[in-house]
Design a binder for this molecule. Structure first.
Ligand SMILES: Nc1nc2c(c(=O)[nH]1)N[C@H]1C(S)=C(S)[C@@H](COP(=O)(O)OP(=O)(O)OC[C@H]3O[C@@H](n4cnc5c(N)ncnc54)[C@H](O)[C@@H]3O)O[C@H]1N2
Ligand code: MOO
Length: 304
């Protein structure tokens, strides 16, 4: 600023002709409050100011702020890595011809997509067999170079539960969380790697991922898992009391409120994989409730 000046007048607010012209003898300027258009030295950042706290995720805006103060190197930890393992001898890789009794694997894509959306490098593996010994032989390879191993399928109480039969004797604990969809589950550690076993039905796998894998990934990355969002129900439905229900819903802003509606009239059945498209989140209905009504306030666990 030249000595004695306290305000900057943009050229558009004067009668000076635009472009590279010599300054006229006299200039008319519009009135401006004193001090306008001045940015004091140090008003963005001063010596000693913290730009990013330790533990901050280096997202795009944080990197921009760090670059803006000329810092070229920061100490960081690598992102938490995930391996998504779909199991079941009925599964065929996507894009292959289906034989009798086969269905395409969608869970490895679901887990891959959710973990990737949360910023985690994720690898997909399909184990198209129900052989616990074969899975046991592959464990060193599956636990290598990863932080979280997520299995889907093979966890319940039937005769061919590859994940449970292989991992229960190795110390992974299996249990039933009182939720619908999404039980049973398994959790534990193998060779220092955290293992989560999710149910095979695709909607159960998604709900269990969001309820259990996401908070673990967020905590391991120094982030807080965002809490559920409060919405108003645009429709109602009946429910069996007993388990907490996670109903797939779509959300739309209406008259300043966020309105949640069931994604499909068939509700929260765990096999409705094709109805996952367009789901914004899962409305959480308390275990004891026998249903909900239009206009009720309900919390929604959001899809990232
Ligand atoms: N005695 C009990 N049986 C079952 C229970 C229970 O609590 N006690 N829970 C039921 C529920 S609820 C679910 S969910 C399943 C979960 O068990 P599994 O993890 O053993 O599921 P699977 O039999 O492997 O699969 C169930 C269903 O989902 C299909 N599936 C599996 N993986 C995929 C994939 N990657 N892509 C697409 N579809 C997949 C699979 O073919 C089955 O149709 O257990 C119930 N039983
Ligand atoms: O809850 Mo299950 O996940 O009913 O299929």
């Amino acid at each position: 600023m030249p000595q004695g000046a306290d305000t900057v007048v943009p050229v558009e607010l004067t009668d000076i002709p635009r472009g590279p012209v010599p300054l006229p003898q006299e200039v008319r300027v519009d009135e401006l409050p004193a001090g306008d258009n001045i940015r004091a030295a140090g008003s963005d950042v001063t010596t000693g100011q913290v730009v990013a706290e330790a533990g901050t995720v280096l997202d795009a805006l944080t990197l921009g702020a760090v670059a803006a103060v000329g810092v070229a190197e920061v100490e960081a930890t690598r992102p938490v890595r995930v391996r998504a393992v779909a199991t079941g001898d009925e599964l065929a890789p996507l894009g292959t011809e289906l034989g009798p009794g086969q269905l395409p694997d969608c869970n490895s894509w679901l887990v891959h997509g959710l973990a990737t959306a949360l910023g985690h490098p994720t690898e997909r593996v399909l184990l198209d067999h129900d052989d616990p010994e074969e899975l046991g032989r592959r464990l060193p390879e599956l636990t290598a170079d990863t932080d979280l191993l997520v299995f889907t399928g093979g966890v319940s109480a039937g005769a061919f539960e590859v994940v449970r039969q292989c991992l229960e004797p190795r110390g992974i604990e299996f249990g039933q969380v009182s939720m619908q969809p999404g039980k049973p589950q398994g959790v534990g550690q193998l060779d220092g790697v955290t293992v989560l076993c999710l149910p095979g039905n695709p909607v159960s796998a998604v709900v269990s991922f969001l309820a259990f894998a996401r908070p673990w990934l967020d905590a391991a990355s120094g982030r807080e898992t965002p809490g559920p969002v409060t919405t108003v129900l645009g429709d109602g439905w009946a429910k069996k009391p007993g388990r907490t229900q996670y109903m797939p819903v779509t959300l739309s802003p209406e008259e300043g409120r966020l309105v949640a509606r069931r994604r499909s009239a068939e509700g929260s059945l765990s096999h409705l994989a094709s109805r996952l498209a367009g789901v914004d989140g899962f409305a959480i209905v308390p275990a004891a409730a026998e249903g909900v009504q239009e206009g009720d306030l309900v919390e929604v666990m959001m899809v990232p």
